[in-house]
Design a protein around this ligand. Structure first.
Ligand SMILES: [Zn+2]
Length: 466
């Protein structure tokens, strides 16, 4: 939209004069000087009120002369009743406008065509505000969001409104994913992609992980609310590419990596997806979202994960040719657990860990297994580690992976679980209804994947029941 700069200048001039006279009058009456913070705050409030009135006046002005009768969506006839006032909650607060109202159809529904034209639902939040509320909701706990939003918006919003708008964004993302899943099972679509693939990443990574979310069982109708809580697995998937970090931009951690003959890589183009679902259902999401990043067409696809069997089963089922790498940090953690359990002497513990860790780094998984086996007789954790390292041996050839320049640990920054589950779903006191957790997480995943604008556009275009 183009604005008329001259008009904006005139309005600004008027506002400045209004503030000047108020501030000067106050100065003359009690000698006090307004601080810049006070002026800023008062001016923001004034602009909010101006915006609120302007939006209401604008909407009312878009109402054309009403026709006597219009066709109802049910096929019947609606009759013009009167001009009727409505209120929506916009980015400026409660906005009032007036529009033509129709009723008298056989379906008994009343309608206001202007509402439909702008996607407005009387009493509800507008699409513009919904996007901002959901943005707070994916970042802060729902009970803290209202206070934070008040400081930015200058009016009060309830916790429940933030929750429902955030979850609605997640529900839209869920619908998007359902469409992707449908599309990914369509032979024609897959063949067309193969003919015109467009850009294919030279090397692509998938990272799969899961984290526990505390949920409360939703009581069935007529049932007493159950007291016990429940922990459910939120599965998280991240598709990404990597790029070399230039020497001048390397963090201490990355500098250390280079000294240990590991490429200083960082993730880019991250695409996060998540769900509380069975491995089978999650596999469909893995395939469908993989189609959008062309994982199946990529000549060099690598998966990072912990040792969990369901992850490698899915990878083998959908991407049999992909390289499988156990995330370095997960693998090393297993050695730390063994060392802590087997040695009470701190020096001995450090020596054993140092040696085993070096062997792992060099890809000598056989040596790591032998080191654990030596402790297995007296240490349960060591015997469990033997199984873990034996099952994942080929996924831990870190010497080869490093030589080929692969990222071997997704680390903390790129980790999907940390980004989505730990930083939002595990905020203090959080307990979730399953759908609430899923929708909040999906909304957050869309934001982190730069897909937010798609959800906002869909939220704007929602067909509202009017
Ligand atoms: Zn009707």
């Amino acid at each position: 939209m183009n604005y008329n700069t001259e008009v904006i200048n005139q309005m600004a001039q008027q506002l400045a004069e209004m503030f000047k006279s108020v501030v000067t009058a106050q100065q003359e009456s009690d000698g006090s000087t307004a601080t810049i913070a006070q002026i800023e705050s008062d001016m923001r409030e004034a602009l909010r009120q101006i915006g609120n009135q302007a939006l209401g006046l604008f909407l009312s002005s878009m109402q054309t002369t009403p026709e006597k009768e219009i066709v109802c969506s049910c096929g019947g006839t609606l009759h013009y009743q009167r001009m009727r006032e409505a209120m929506v909650i916009s980015v400026f607060g409660k906005t009032i406008y007036v529009r033509a109202y129709y009723a008298g159809c056989r379906c008994k529904e009343g309608k206001a065509p202007l509402d439909k034209q702008y996607g407005l639902e009387p009493g509800a939040v507008t699409a513009g505000l919904a996007a901002l509320l959901a943005l707070a909701g994916i970042e802060f706990s729902y009970d803290k969001s209202p206070k934070w939003l008040q400081a930015y918006l200058l009016f009060d919003i309830s916790e429940n409104t933030v929750r429902s708008e955030t979850e609605q964004m997640g529900a839209l993302q869920e619908k998007r994913e359902e469409r992707l899943i449908q599309q990914s099972q369509d032979e024609q679509y897959l063949q067309e992609r193969q003919r015109n693939p467009g850009r294919i990443a030279p090397r692509l990574y998938g990272s799969i992980d899961a984290a526990k979310v505390r949920t409360e069982p939703r009581p069935k109708k007529g049932e007493e609310k159950e007291a016990h809580e429940d922990w459910r697995d939120m599965k998280v998937l991240c598709w990404f590419e990597t790029e070399l970090v230039p020497p001048s931009q390397r963090s201490k951690r990355q500098q250390k990596k280079v000294l240990r003959e590991q490429a200083a890589l960082r993730a880019r183009n991250m695409q996060y997806f998540c769900d509380i679902a069975t491995a089978e259902a999650f596999g469909k999401l893995l395939w469908a979202t993989g189609c959008t990043v062309k994982a199946d067409l990529c000549p060099d696809l690598a998966f990072l994960g912990d040792g969990a069997l369901w992850i490698w089963n899915l990878v083998t089922q959908y991407y049999p040719n992909a390289k499988q790498i156990v995330d370095w940090y997960h693998a090393e953690e297993h050695l730390e657990i063994v060392a802590a359990a087997a040695f009470s002497d701190l020096t001995q513990r450090a020596i054993w860990l140092e040696e085993a860790s070096q062997a792992l780094w060099d890809g000598n998984v056989e040596d790591v297994i032998a080191a654990c086996e030596a402790l297995a007789q007296t240490c349960l954790q060591a015997s469990q580690a033997v199984t873990y390292f034996t099952n994942n041996m080929e996924r831990m050839r870190y010497d080869r992976f490093r030589a080929a320049g692969y990222m071997i640990g997704s680390g903390t920054i790129e980790s999907g679980c940390k980004q989505i589950v730990s930083q939002r779903l595990k905020l203090p006191g959080a307990q979730w209804i399953v759908t609430g957790a899923v929708h909040t997480a999906k909304a957050r995943a869309a934001w982190l994947s730069e897909q937010w604008h798609i959800l906002c556009a869909q939220r704007s275009a929602l067909p509202l029941a009017i």
